[in-house]
Design a protein around this ligand. Structure first.
Ligand code: IMP
Ligand code: MG
Length: 186
């Protein structure tokens, strides 16, 4: 676990309420999920791993290195949060991926499933492009989404209903670079 001095140096003095997942614990879990994905997709069929920016950039980069098979990686930019800590209920698609989806196994990689608005917007759009399969891999799942289009097949951690930062997750675009995941008072 990081010590208090290390945490405050990285947050610029803003205290965390607590550290939820250490870098070591995240690495172990990401390796497990990577093994599960490797086993789940037939080796001779095409895989596209699609990350949602910006929040999934660190998770995705660690995860794809734990998936032992050929793949293509691409990104989508979906924005549902400004500087608020509650979901705006609106999702803008700022960048649409260019990698072909039809006939391929597609795994959408999300940092966190909160209200479910982002997944409920993106999944039907991707499904309409005729993937061979379309599954979600989420690092964190708060289990508060009332009505998800599809439950994530792979989840890193079931997360408490707190505002979490680090390992790619931000608050007002800050704290993405923390190597661990912590909670702050919003
Ligand atoms: P949803 O559409 O409400 O499920 O939320 C999706 C997006 O909101 C995530 O991809 C995150 O970028 C952001 N988000 C939701 N909860 C948190 C949180 O606790 N910390 C940081 N970002 C969050
Ligand atoms: Mg975000």
């Amino acid at each position: 676990m990081p010590n208090t001095e290390e945490i405050l140096a990285r947050t610029g003095g803003r205290p965390l309420t607590h550290v939820l997942y250490s870098a070591e614990r995240i690495a172990e879990r990401v390796a497990e999920v990577g093994r599960e994905i490797t086993d789940a997709i037939p080796a001779d069929e095409e895989l596209l791993v699609l990350g949602t920016l910006k929040g999934s950039f660190i998770f995705l980069s660690d995860l794809v290195r734990q998936i032992r098979r050929p793949m293509e990686v691409d990104f989508l930019v979906a924005s549902s949060y400004g500087s608020e800590t509650t979901s705006s209920g609106k999702v803008d698609l700022l960048y649409d991926n260019t990698a072909p989806i039809e006939g391929r196994h597609v795994i959408l990689v999300e940092d966190i499933v909160d209200s479910g608005t982002t997944l409920n917007r993106l999944l039907p759009l991707l499904d309409a492009r005729g993937p061979r399969s379309l599954e979600v891999c989420a690092l964190l799942h708060k289990h508060i989404a009332p009505d998800l289009y599809r439950e994530p097949r792979w989840v890193g951690f079931d997360c408490p209903q707190e505002f979490v930062i680090g390992y790619g997750l931000d608050h007002s675009e800050q704290f993405r670079n923390l190597p661990f995941i912590g909670a702050i008072e919003p």
